[in-house]
Design a protein around this ligand. Structure first.
Ligand SMILES: Cc1cc2nc3c(=O)[nH]c(=O)nc-3n(C[C@H](O)[C@H](O)[C@H](O)COP(=O)(O)O)c2cc1C
Length: 202
């Protein structure tokens, strides 16, 4: 398999309708070919990563390069891979806006005006940051929040189980002391066992 990333400039601004048609086409075609990836679009610029079998990605790239919806194409990177990064997307999509950029803390000084072929060609690290948050599995802030809640609930369950266990042990300590005291058998060995148990509860 290979992963290929390119940059291009739109021929003319795409309406929401045209974008939707483009993405529908991507989803339909890519699913059948086992192609996954991500397409970012903003400031008249496309940044796309495609991954899949080499021959299929190269054939698609040739088609894309000839597409009149955009102008000259700059292939930034083509690499052999054994694992995909965008397993969840037949073609993920995001419109790059000032707002989406503000959500990436490491790109605080990167403005939408810099989302253009010339700037990005010379700033590999920015491309990485832009693409990385869409990689499987946790790119979506909502999913990250749900995951954080899942973890909190799991931790609370563990705390609760621990507390229940402790109270069970404490009850047993009390019951055993009452029991043996009633029978007049509260000896040193028993007291030591009680002490050890109490220590473990603290
Ligand atoms: C920026 C951009 C990205 C594209 N990405 C894809 C893609 O991921 N998959 C795809 O099949 N076509 C993509 N296309 C469309 C292709 O250029 C081409 O129109 C399409 O593959 C032709 O499909 P068809 O052979 O089913 O008619 C893209 C076009 C543009 C302008």
């Amino acid at each position: 398999m290979i992963r290929l990333t390119y940059l291009s400039q739109e021929a003319q601004p795409l309406s929401a309708d045209e974008l939707l048609a483009l993405l529908t086409q991507c989803h339909q075609n890519n699913t059948g070919k086992g192609i996954t990836g991500m397409l970012l679009y903003g400031n008249g610029t496309f940044l796309q990563t495609l991954e899949g079998e080499k021959a299929l990605v190269e054939a698609l790239m040739a088609k894309i390069a000839a597409d009149p919806r955009h102008g000259s194409i700059n292939v930034l990177k083509q690499e052999s891979i054994t694992e995909r990064q965008y397993t969840e997307w037949s073609m993920g999509f995001e419109r790059v806006t000032e707002k989406t950029l503000a959500e990436i803390p490491s790109l605080r000084n990167f403005g939408l005006r810099n989302f253009n072929a010339e700037y990005l060609r010379n700033h590999d690290e920015v491309i990485e940051k832009l693409l990385e948050r869409h990689r499987a599995p946790h790119w979506d802030p909502l999913i990250r929040e749900l995951d954080a809640r899942d973890k909190l609930i799991k931790d609370l369950r563990a705390e609760l189980a621990h507390a229940r266990n402790n109270s069970e042990m404490a009850a047993l300590v009390l019951e055993s002391v009452v029991e043996v005291a009633k029978n007049g058998r509260l000896d040193d060995a028993h007291l030591e066992m009680v002490r050890t148990t109490l220590r473990s509860l603290r």
